[in-house]
Design a protein around this ligand. Structure first.
Ligand SMILES: *Cc1c(COP(=O)(O)O)cnc(C)c1O
Length: 359
């Protein structure tokens, strides 16, 4: 029973997508973003499958330590940086690099007893208003770090774009211009572009690019799918039909009976639900694939099951494989219909789902 509901992770597709990044940014170094367990795909498996990545970025210190302990030899950047002297010591112990984005972090660095030097990615807030120094404070932060013995003199300068997934959004240009103006006179390798910028804003491509979503074969743009950019989906999510039943007209399906059969209906029950990470908000009509054919979900998604209308798939049998997303059923499409983004769907697959890696 253990493999009824499983995800297949195609590592050759990952490597293909990495080469697509190279084609879009042939002269840039690639910091592969594998935060949040590689967007739900498996942190260490993904790092191992990308020997040519120049570095890896994760959000949290614990992810970085896990990665280093697993034998990863490449550079590892922690996007949130450190919050205390104790945390900072781990950066030295595990040879990690840190985004520095607050004055508190600079104070911690100034108090550090120096053993080695830390490689710093100083972050400028160019308009996202999340992490980073304002344009007014950036230069003095840069100078303080330059004078700090615990900091490697080869500094990196970065920012993050808020709207790169929106075609021709003027904010993107303003953010890039501000970054270039502020960093023009400073020494340091620069990094701006996430997936959306790599694919659509050539002027955002600088010394380093930071692709996340596109590595997983997924489009960051609504209305598009990865294949539109030559990307291949890495994750496919599968389950099985575990029951088929005959409903009469008028029978209600699932919690609160939100869907009622209008005529005699062949109903299929699939062994996947929100307890596996399938979105509970996927509405009636959301497609799944059975025997190569799309059939619609009906009624509410339960924790362990969902129901599909098989009236148009008369050959479907108990035990048939069901594709929830992946090849021939883009996760982007499931995200749109469920009123979310593909990031949350792949991140949300839970630990009771078996993960099979295809080399
Ligand atoms: C998550 C993240 C990225 C990658 O973004 P994608 O849209 O997945 O390409 C890049 N940079 C930073 C700072 C991030 O937090």
């Amino acid at each position: 029973m253990s493999n009824v509901t499983y995800a297949e992770l195609d590592l050759t597709a990952l490597q293909h997508n990495f080469s697509v990044v190279r084609n879009y940014a042939p002269n840039a170094k690639i910091m592969a973003v594998i935060k949040a367990n590689a967007y739900g795909h498996g942190l260490c498996e993904f790092a191992n499958a990308l020997p040519n990545a120049d570095g890896f970025a994760v959000a949290r210190l614990n992810e970085a330590i896990l990665l280093r302990k697993s034998g990863c030899k490449q550079r590892i950047l922690v996007l949130a940086g450190f919050m205390s002297v104790v945390e900072l010591e781990n950066f030295f112990t595990y040879k990690l690099e840190a985004v520095v984005h607050t004055p508190e972090q600079i104070t911690i660095l100034q108090q550090a007893s120096i053993r080695q030097t830390l490689t710093v990615w100083l972050k400028l807030d160019t308009g996202m208003h999340r992490l980073g120094f304002s344009a007014i404070d950036f230069l003095s932060a840069y100078q303080s770090l330059q004078q700090c013995p615990a900091v490697n003199s080869a500094m990196h300068l970065m920012t993050h774009l808020a709207n790169a997934d929106v075609k021709l959004d003027p904010t993107t240009l303003a953010q890039i211009n501000l970054f270039n103006n502020i960093t023009e006179a400073l020494v340091g390798e620069c990094s701006i572009a996430n997936s959306a910028a790599i694919l659509s804003v050539p002027t955002a491509i600088s010394d380093w690019v930071r692709p996340g979503l596109m590595l997983y074969g997924i489009s960051p743009f609504a209305e598009k799918v990865g294949a539109d950019f030559g990307l291949k989906p890495v994750m496919s999510l599968y389950s099985k039909l575990i029951a088929i039943k005959a409903l009469n007209a008028g029978d209600a399906v699932g919690y609160n009976g939100t869907w009622i059969a209008g005529k005699p209906t062949k109903l299929g029950i699939v062994a996947i639900g929100y307890g596996d990470g399938y979105p509970r908000h996927a509405p009636t009509g959301t497609p799944v694939l059975i025997r190569g054919q799309r059939v619609p979900i009906v009624g509410r998604i339960s924790m362990d099951t969902l129901a599909v209308n098989l009236n148009d798939n008369i050959l479907a049998k108990v035990g048939d494989q069901v594709t929830l997303w992946g090849h021939a059923l883009p996760v982007e499409e499931i995200a749109t219909i469920s009123n979310t983004i593909p990031y949350t769907l792949v991140c949300g697959v839970t630990s009771r789902v078996n993960f099979n890696y295809l080399q």
